[in-house]
Design a protein. Sequence first.
Length: 462
Amino acid sequence: MFKSLRVQLAAWYLVLFSALFLVFCLVLYSSVSRALEGRLEESLAATSSISAQIFQEELEEMQGDSAAAAAEVISKTPPRGVVIAIAAGAKILAASDPEHRRDTEAAVARIPAAERREDAWDVPGWGKNGARGVARRVTYQNREFLVVAIEPLDSVVQSLQVLRETLWLVTPLLLAVAGAGGYLLTRRRLAPLRSMMAQTQAISDRNLETRLHIGDAAEELATLAASFNELLARLNQSFETMRRFVQDASHELRTPLAVIRGEADVALSQPRTAADYRESLMLIQEESRRLSRLVDDLLNLARADAGHVQLQLEELYLNDLLAECCRSLQPLAAARNVELSCVAGEDLAVQGDEELLRRMVVNLLDNAIRYTPEGGSVSAALETQGSEVCIRVCDTGVGIPAEAATRVFERFYRADKARSRQQGGFGLGLSIVKWIAESHRGAVELTSQPGQGSTFTVRLQR
């Protein structure tokens, strides 16, 4: 249960709310306590000041009779829970609460000298909760009197007790409401996430075109859904590429196998001459070589996709490599009556895998020669542009339509499928060219005009 995200979020929300509410209660209690004590002190200060003023006036009227003046002051003070006492030194002249006379005498006797500057002071031992007192000095004919107002803290304690009981009663209710509200809130806000989970569980390799729909969800969840949809789009594209690759590979493998099987069946159907058997074996040999080249190409591309191909980097002269590739393909160009020229230039050293780079150049030249009609020309040139080396192969062949130019580097893709079969290609040559260029931190580009020829440019870092 506690592994549920909803429960965890609700629990954290409840913990945070509880901590904040606890701080609020402490601040509230402290503020109310100070406010009640401050109001009590203000009331005592006002009462003591009025009593001291009345006592001063009574002393003047009674010509210094302090006992009579004190009794008159006490008689004029309305009882309201405040004890008024008038003292001369440590002797109590009069007090409004005779029952607490002894406590009043003790309180007056314990007034510190510092408190005689008329500040409020605590009166311990007064009743159950203690008391608070304020003293005012009255001077008459070089005699000093103290007018003391004392009030028990019972009202303050009772008010704080009511506040504590209220908080203790309200706190569980608020926490229960906060916990339930937090759970319901997280459940509601995470509802799109549950919808996404249900939709993703229904997606398989058969319906990768499905997309997640979560409606009007929070921005974060909407971003998450968009990321999932982008992932599904990439997976769908990868699966489609894989399916097409398997279909094309099966088709390409089936053709030479069918030729080999058919030729063997024909040869074995009846006794034949040695020349007939030789002709059949030569045809089987040719198809076997085609099949072997196709399997090698597929194996190399599969290793490249898996990242298992390790480049054998070494320093080599790219101009020599280009010239050697052109010389090796001169017989093919001559057989097809195509002029092959090469401009290798001066020595140009690069770091690369010589075998892979040689295969890349051979594939480009072979592709250009095969798709150039008789009487046409193919040229290969090596150029430098800043920190890049460019291998440019141009032909005057049939060209590539614009709609096919973006797909010629896909595996098994042929712009003209009928002609490709006759030319002996599998549709993997340019895919291998692209892989080799990219594995050397380079790229391959194509510019073509139908009926005018094509130009393939490989850019490599020096």
